[in-house]
Design a protein around this ligand. Sequence first.
Ligand code: MN
Ligand code: MN
Length: 384
Amino acid sequence: MLCLRKSLCALVVILFASCFAEVLAQGSPPAGGSANPLDSKTLPSFKFEMGKQPMRTFEGGSAQEATVKDFPISTGIAGVNMYLKPGGLRELHWHANAAEWSYVIKGHARVTVFDPEGRSEVLDFGPGDVWYFPRGHGHSIQGIGNEECQFILVFDNGAFSEFATFSITDWISRTPKEVLAKQFKVPASTFDAFPKKEVYIAQGPVPPALPLDPPPFSLKSPPLTHRYRLGAQKGTTIDGGSFRLASQKEFPLSSTMTGAVQILKPNALREMHWHPNADEWQYYIKGHARLTLFGSDGRARTEEFGPGDVGYVPQGYGHYIENASQTEDCETLIVLNSGNYQEISLSAWMNSNPPELLETNFGVSRRVLDLLNRKDTFITVPGK
Ligand code: MN
Ligand code: MN
């Protein structure tokens, strides 16, 4: 009997401990409401606190990243939060396995980019501007102006790592000086002064204003620019917020990625929808929101996001975003790994079907169905 009681006690302790561990694993319940009671723990987490990851720090700047290594659901897209000081130069480099899409949050940066046709651009970027570098195009980024520049880099491959890029100093430092002497037609000793390993971010003076003096070789401009001014776009403004979109239609060079800036007013809901052709990667810039995913087979899960957090929606998964605040707007950067922006809204889909079908499907009368707001309003607010 004593033994039974002991084991019952142990069971209670184990149950309690596992509940507690679950609460810890889930983080604190969302502010302004308890966790969704319909949540299924079998749907993997789609939240990653990129803002709390270790910073790789240099004199000229710093970076932290979100890749599939630490954020297992994000197989299609990786991201980086980077800061450059004025004059801080993210050195000349390229990426072998991903295109690079970026959004400037604050400050200013100058970019140089070179394409396989021998064409180049030197462009300045400020808050709200976007760049896109197709996979493999050589580029650099330098902080300009008098304040630190912050930008979010997004790559169309979850296995990408910002810390495994192809940097010019890395390659030159791994090449015998005799080979460099042949390549550049100078004595081998010329390279004694060059870096012995990858520089990654260098610190130098802030470069002069554009236009620069013409470079020593003729500079050809590409037909499609690498820059798009998303912040200057009028976008779509509705009762519940606004949405600015840069797909390949708006930003023709950006053939493999689409980006958007979404603002949700307090309590607003970005409607239930899905994307048939792309994964969605989100970076929460301001405010707080709840993102819910529907993953088929009775599985749905809600997680709460704040500034610096990254969210991920696998291709085809149903989802919606609710502003979790009664007072504050929520601003989110949304990036998809296709240049062709596609979405299907639940309301629009329902409306495309005959009412008799909906009656049968839901087992409710036409009168009840007619009460539902089924306008495809994109973002909705209570009472509107
Ligand atoms: Mn890059
Ligand atoms: Mn979406």
